[in-house]
Design a binder for this molecule. Structure first.
Ligand code: NAD
Ligand code: LMR
Length: 332
């Protein structure tokens, strides 16, 4: 029996992600949690004749704890999205507290859940997640994932366009680092099957992968950021993880994780000089079974991108760790 929870389920990502999870044969119980509208979304989804049983909870009567209780997987797209002109870091002040609160609830009632963090800024909300769990002495790095799949999905799409490939999903494009602007490092030299990116298109392609989120924010013109492509990406990662938990082999997807807590990750963390970092992760029954080192064969341009990414990541990580460890605010 697999119980999957979506926290932020009534939102732009939450609703289509919940729909996809409701259609999945890998989910037996789908629980929707949000501060608004989950009874309606749950009632709506529950009429779909797929297997998963659906329930929705609001904060009243400790709804978050009832929702999270004994969950196997908790996917978190709760929090505010960007408007034009904002960076993901501008979301920190609101979303950091939201994620912290949700993780505290998860720690209490679902300490073994796999936690998939979508809420931005991912570069900081994942360190918050890890630190909250560490302070409660239940942190298992193999079970905490920052969802960066949308960067991979975008890279597949944009590379396929440039390389003239008709099946973007047939490409594997490693994207490492973090999830914001220059912290996103696409490794086009390691695309399989191999593709040739013309020199005069390389910089624009890197920029498009790094700033694809801004493209959507601008096009939505004040009405939020990527939701449908993110729901797809979030579902893709969740589905792979669920298959791996059930024993499927050979499933790999990049994710932003705490490297020192994952087999193979300590050496990568030493090389890059940060502990939270996205690399391809081999998934299995324990979650993140192995961090794959793709740093060996970088081109000179990729090395330059990586240096810039690490510089940006350091501050983002520190900010999350500090926030998680600050004493609770005094109520006046
Ligand atoms: P949205 O505003 O449409 O939905 C967010 C939902 O979260 C709302 O329904 C809101 O009520 C809910 N919420 C707020 N506080 C909550 C709490 N304490 N508990 C539970 N639910 C709560 O926003 P969206 O477009 O769905 O985006 C959600 C987040 O995902 C944003 O932070 C956005 O930046 C991020 N995002 C991340 C990626 C990624 O690649 N990781 C991609 C797109 C968006
Ligand atoms: C994205 O990459 O689309 C998300 O992180 C949302 C955003 O703010 O760009």
């Amino acid at each position: 029996m697999v119980k999957a929870v979506v926290a932020g389920a009534a939102g732009g990502i939450g609703q289509p992600l919940s729909l996809l999870l409701k259609l999945s044969p890998l989910v037996d119980e789908l629980v929707l949690y949000d501060v608004v509208n989950t009874p309606g979304v749950a009632a709506d989804l529950s009429h779909i004749s797929s297997n998963a049983k659906v329930a929705g909870y609001l904060p009243a009567d400790s709804g978050v704890k009832t929702a999270f209780k004994d969950a196997d997987v908790i996917v978190i797209p709760a929090g505010v999205p960007r408007k034009p002109g904002m960076t993901r870091d501008d979301l920190f002040n609101i979303n950091a507290g939201i994620v912290k609160g949700l993780i505290e609830a998860a720690a209490e009632v679902a300490p073994k859940a796999f936690i998939l963090v979508i809420s931005n800024p991912v570069n900081s909300t994942v360190p918050i997640t890890a630190e909250v769990l560490r302070n409660k002495k239940i942190f298992n790095a193999q079970r905490v994932f920052g969802v960066t799949t949308l960067d991979i999905v975008r890279a597949e799409t944009f590379v396929a366009e440039i390389a003239g490939k008709s099946t973007p999903q047939g490409l594997t494009v490693p994207v490492i680092g973090g999830h914001s602007g220059e912290t996103i490092v696409p490794l086009f030299s390691q695309v399989t099957p191999k593709v040739t990116i013309p020199d005069d298109k390389y910089d624009a392609l890197v920029h498009r992968v790094q700033f694809g989120g801004d493209e959507v924010v601008k096009a939505k013109d004040g009405l939020g950021s990527a939701t449908l492509s993110m729901a797809y990406a979030g579902y893709r990662f969740t589905e792979k993880l669920l298959k791996a938990i059930k024993g499927a082999k050979g499933l790999v997807e990049p994710s932003y994780v705490y490297l020192p807590g994952i087999p193979g990750g300590k050496e990568i963390a030493e090389k890059v000089g940060v502990d939270f970092f996205s690399v391809p992760i081999e998934l299995g029954p324990n979650g993140a079974e192995k961090a794959v080192d793709v740093l060996g064969d970088l081109t000179a341009k990729e090395k330059t991108l990586l240096e810039a990414a690490i510089k940006g990541l350091k501050g983002n990580i520190e900010k999350g760790v500090t926030f998680a460890n600050q004493p609770p605010q005094q109520k006046l």
